[in-house]
Design a protein around this ligand. Structure first.
Ligand code: HEC
Ligand code: HEC
Ligand code: HEC
Ligand code: HEC
Ligand code: HEC
Length: 385
């Protein structure tokens, strides 16, 4: 009976494979699938992301065709080979599929962008699991004991698992797409400026795929699993604030706030994004709003801001690399409460206009990453909340 059920499952799964491979994974990894379905990685195509659509509509078209496919829709082999973009099931359901990520064997470095090297396997996946590192490739095993009365099984009946790929432990698995995306003048339009250092306490995976409640597989209960919705601007944005610190300093000309970035990459580097620090002083029950500081990189040509693909110079760069100090020419007084709010807009107001997305309020919404109130006292009695 058990065998027949398994055979039947394998049969239906094989049929599904022709159509939508990630849907197969859903059968046994339902929670991870749901998160993935709502993630930027599932929404990375023109058909699922209005910003990408607007950007591609404006992008000059040439014989190379839809070059974005390399990172945005690598699971759609047709568009990768021919460059002709067509709406199909892969574009909508799994532009970067489960199998795509879990079969990245290695990453090759390149001048314009890096490239993912796939193992080409469809039923053998890489992953990271510290307790199983250096163990043999896991295969499905069943054991029968007590004269056939009790059956126990280990690992997956659908696929093998390889726990020994270093790229999944240090975050390098992300760098095929997230390292740099240079335009033809050599200007990086995503500019994450990420540096992977094995000595770092956190990696791309620990920060952006934190362990959250829920089993990683329905056949057993693992309690937690790695969040596949990807913590970032679209999800868990305010929780990412814990990787950012504010440092306050006062001097004779006023005060300054240094925003300290504890990640291993620049913040808000994606073209047309904008980070904003909003600063308010509460004094005697009154609100004093100070100037908003913008963390932005403006790309241009001949002194004017242009679309990222045409840029050959940087007109302004106030992004946060390791840290950035923002100065205010105003003195703080005892009893003041300083309110700091750091947030991000998917697109700067000007960026939204240049993509004709000014009516889409989602793209210019201020998404708070970190907020903090600092009570101003004398020296030691300063309280930070
Ligand atoms: C028939 C059920 C089944 C299907 C279908 C299935 N898996 Fe699994 N998968 C499992 C089981 C069971 C485990 C083992 C978990 C363990 O050993 O703790 C597992 C483990 C994994 C792991 C490693 C987890 C870990 O930390 O040990 C990855 C990665 C994975 N599956 C990816 C996939 C992908 C991608 C697909 C779709 C192509 C898929 N699985 C389809 C049952 C399945
Ligand atoms: C080398 C890989 C790579 C290539 C090629 C690439 N991108 Fe991207 N793109 C990314 C990555 C990675 C991100 C996410 C970066 C981030 O959020 O900081 C991204 C983000 C974006 C975003 C922002 C999406 C959002 O929701 O805010 C847009 C728009 C975009 N890309 C458009 C394009 C277009 C159009 C092309 C082709 C002309 C293209 N990209 C080519 C890797 C790439
Ligand atoms: C096949 C290429 C590819 C790989 C591999 C990849 N990404 Fe992405 N990622 C993208 C693209 C493209 C986007 C932007 C999608 C969009 O919005 O259009 C993106 C978006 C994101 C975002 C932005 C989400 C947000 O809400 O702001 C985060 C965070 C992210 N990826 C983290 C990771 C991490 C961590 C890894 C490694 C485990 C990884 N990515 C691997 C292509 C990739
Ligand atoms: C952007 C790349 C990417 C995509 C897309 C992706 N995964 Fe993963 N997945 C990873 C990485 C990296 C890990 C290792 C997480 C860790 O070390 O905690 C992982 C871990 C897992 C695990 C083990 C979970 C755990 O907590 O150890 C399973 C199971 C899994 N993925 C299944 C899937 C399924 C099913 C899909 C599609 C619905 C999918 N993955 C899509 C990159 C990806
Ligand atoms: C110490 C934690 C930490 C580490 C390590 C880390 N990040 Fe981030 N990442 C952040 C924070 C904080 C932000 C800003 C929050 C936001 O924009 O949601 C961010 C933002 C991002 C974004 C969105 C940027 C944008 O403006 O579109 C992407 C994409 C991303 N990280 C990918 C990665 C990749 C890939 C790695 C590994 C090379 C990585 N991160 C390592 C904390 C981290």
């Amino acid at each position: 009976m058990h065998k027949i059920a398994l055979l039947f499952l394998t049969f239906t799964l094989t049929l599904l494979a022709l159509d939508n491979e990630s849907k197969i994974c859903q059968k046994c990894h339902p929670i991870i699938y749901d998160e993935y379905y709502d993630s930027s990685h599932r929404k990375s195509s023109v058909y699922n992301n209005p910003i990408h659509q607007a950007y591609w509509d404006k992008h000059p078209k040439d014989e190379k065709g839809y070059t974005c496919a390399k990172c945005h829709t690598p699971t759609d082999h047709k568009v990768l080979e021919r460059g002709v973009l067509e709406k199909n099931k892969v574009q909508v359901e799994e532009p970067i599929s489960c199998v795509f990520c879990h079969t990245i064997k290695d990453v090759n470095e390149g001048e314009h962008s890096n490239s993912n090297i796939s193992s080409g396997e469809h039923k053998e996946f890489f992953t990271a699991e510290k307790s199983l590192r250096n163990s043999e490739k896991a295969e499905f095993k069943t054991q029968t004991s007590f004269f056939g009365l009790v059956k126990t099984s280990t690992s997956s009946p659908y696929h093998k698992i390889d726990y020994n790929n270093e790229n999944y432990y240090n975050g390098n698995v992300c760098m095929g797409c997230h390292s740099h995306t240079n335009n033809e003048h050599g200007f990086d339009t995503a500019m994450l400026d990420a540096v992977i250092d094995d000595k770092d306490k956190n990696s791309c995976v620990t920060c952006h795929m934190p362990q959250v409640m829920g089993s990683k597989v329905s056949l057993s209960d693992s309690r937690t699993h790695a969040f596949h919705g990807m913590a970032g601007i679209y999800h868990m944005n305010s929780e990412m604030g814990k990787y950012i610190d504010f440092e306050l300093k006062e001097d004779s000309s006023g005060f300054s706030v240094t925003v300290v970035n504890k990640s291993n990459h620049a913040l808000f580097g994606q073209a047309l994004r904008e980070g904003i620090l909003k600063t308010t002083i509460m004094r005697n029950g009154k609100e004093i709003k100070l100037h908003e500081f913008s963390f932005i990189r403006i790309l241009g040509k001949e002194g004017k801001e242009v679309m990222p693909w045409a840029a050959n110079e940087t007109l302004k760069d106030t992004l946060i690399y390791a840290s950035r100090e923002v100065k205010f020419t105003r003195h703080l007084e005892k009893g003041d409460v300083l309110i700091l709010k750091l947030g991000v807009q998917l697109l700067s107001d000007a960026g939204a206009v240049s993509l004709n997305l000014q009516d889409n309020k989602e793209v210019t919404k201020f998404r708070v990453l970190k907020s903090q109130k600092i009570k101003i006292g004398h020296g030691e009695d300063r309280q930070i909340q």
